[in-house]
Design a protein around this ligand. Structure first.
Ligand code: CMX
Length: 452
């Protein structure tokens, strides 16, 4: 299937011309000022990179190529029920065009073929020729208790051997204008492989019950969509769980370029490191508790709350519990954001999903109660810029309802989804000839001398 690749290729000349004109016309214009506060505050507010696939507005939330989450739910084709499928989002991110049903189906089939080929080859390899080691051997060599995010990131590195970009670059025959073609192949391979590897990590080292455990290479059902197959490989075959997976993999895919996982992938990729190396770097950032690991932290915290509150979810008791979290020196996981200044639309659509599919779930009742209480408690600190919930405040409660109860796996699912956004931009960055990143840093002495 080269329909998507051909469409990207056909857009490259006009995109490059547009960027060139932008540079020629406005190259000397200023896009903002940098204050010492911004420099010392994690570069917050500095406009410093181009990132085409999505844009975050502090008040409106995320837009994927201009479309909000409700618009994605309405407009993207390929739906099995109500939720969009991530294949359709991938097409949109790469082409800035809402695909047709046929285009989505062709991309779905392409990704599933890649996934099936990968899983079959590794399984055959396991059964027969032991001299050729594969990524699953690399994972088996890690202690079972290694954090699942560390395993996913290590798996990316272990698969680098398959990089077509790496091979072509080493051959010395690839022109700069062709870089993107091999980055594209690696990116699609990786997007297809990650659910297989993630499902393997889940069944080998996250689940506890012997009956659900497995260290076999998962079997891919190429007739399914990517999300449904992921759910099935993990052992969850209900239509509701597949539908949740479609929503989950779609809404976690992209959140503009400055967040740690997207920026790390972008930065490492700018050195012409291949997608396996680049996305592994992104995953390492996503594994941090202030970023993607927050979804794991949220569920741990909700479980703590259930034990402490013993079913009493009255406003006063819940408020005291939240205040005690702050007093103990911890952040309230799942609340706050570096850029957003409202309830995350990704939280809202997950809440809608819960209202539709599991309104009576006890933990969902607690999450709803927290939504009423936490913002005021955070506002009262006088320092939190955004007291509203982010995406991570809601994802765990949905997953646990459908049986995915092992919270140390949640960030892996985030990572599987994030590959779609980060790797789309990586393809475009090479296609459009973005420069290697090299911002200037200064010492604090340099600052003191400048202003004293
Ligand atoms: N609970 C307690 N304190 C919080 C808080 C929260 N949820 N959110 C912010 N604050 C505190 C900050 O720690 C900071 O305190 P200090 O000045 O003492 O260091 C102060 O409020 C100001 O921070 P801010 O400007 O509002 O927020 P930042 O841009 O610095 O940080 C974030 C943003 C997400 C790291 C922060 O809100 C946080 O730690 N939230 C909890 C973790 C979380 O949910 N992370 C997931 C974010 C989504 C994602 O990227 O995946």
């Amino acid at each position: 299937f080269d329909g998507l690749k051909a469409q990207i290729e056909s857009q490259i000349p006009s995109e490059i011309a547009r960027l060139k004109a932008l540079k020629t016309k406005y190259g000397q214009e200023k896009v903002g000022e940098v204050t010492v506060n911004m420099l010392m505050g994690g570069m917050r507010g500095i406009v410093g990179m181009l990132y085409e696939t999505s844009l975050l507005d502090a008040n409106d939330g995320i837009r994927f190529r201009g479309l909000t989450i409700p618009e994605l739910q309405e407009k993207l084709p390929g739906k099995r029920d109500r939720e969009p499928i991530p294949e359709a989002l991938l097409f949109l991110l790469l082409t800035n065009k809402v695909p047709t049903e046929k285009e989505v189906e062709a991309l779905r089939a392409d990704l599933m073929e890649r996934a099936e080929k990968f899983a079959k080859e590794c399984a055959m390899n396991d059964a027969g020729n032991k001299s050729k080691k594969n990524v699953f051997d690399a994972l088996r060599a890690l202690p079972e208790e290694t954090h699942p995010m560390t395993q996913l990131s290590a798996a990316c590195l272990a698969m680098q051997n398959d990089s077509k970009f790496l091979k072509m670059y080493a051959s010395g025959t690839m022109k700069k204008t062709e870089y993107w073609k091999y980055i594209y192949e690696d990116a699609l391979d990786l997007i297809a492989k990650l659910p297989v590897v993630a499902a393997y990590i889940y069944k080998r080292s996250c689940v506890k019950e012997a009956a659900r455990k497995s260290s076999e290479v998962p079997t891919v059902d190429a007739s399914l969509d990517l999300a449904a197959n992921f759910s099935q490989m993990m052992g969850f075959s209900s239509n509701e769980c597949k539908e949740l997976m479609r929503l989950y993999l779609t809404i976690h895919a992209d959140h503009e370029g400055g967040n740690v996982s997207a920026h790390a992938t972008h930065l490492v990729g700018s050195a012409l490191s291949d997608p396996y190396l680049s996305f592994s770097a992104g995953l390492n950032g996503l594994a941090g508790p202030l970023h993607g690991l927050a979804n794991q932290e949220v569920l741990k915290w909700l479980k703590e709350a259930q034990v402490a509150l013993k079913g009493d979810y009255s406003a006063e008791t819940v408020k005291t519990f939240v205040e005690n979290t702050l007093k103990s020196g911890r952040v309230v996981p799942g609340y706050g954001h570096a850029v957003l200044r409202r309830t995350d639309p990704r939280y809202e659509c997950q809440r809608e999903f819960a209202l539709k599919h599991m309104p009576d779930d006890e933990m969902f009742q607690l999450v709803s109660r927290l939504y009423e209480i936490v913002p005021d408690v955070l506002k009262a600190t006088g320092k939190v810029q955004n007291p509203w919930p982010n995406v991570d405040a809601h994802s765990g409660v949905l997953l646990q309802h459908f049986g995915i109860k092992e919270e140390n796996f949640y960030t892996v699912m985030f990572g599987v989804s994030r590959s779609i956004g980060c790797l789309s931009q990586l393809i475009l960055s090479r296609a459009h000839g973005y420069a290697i990143e090299r911002p200037k840093s200064v010492t604090s002495k340099w600052l003191e001398e400048k202003f004293q």
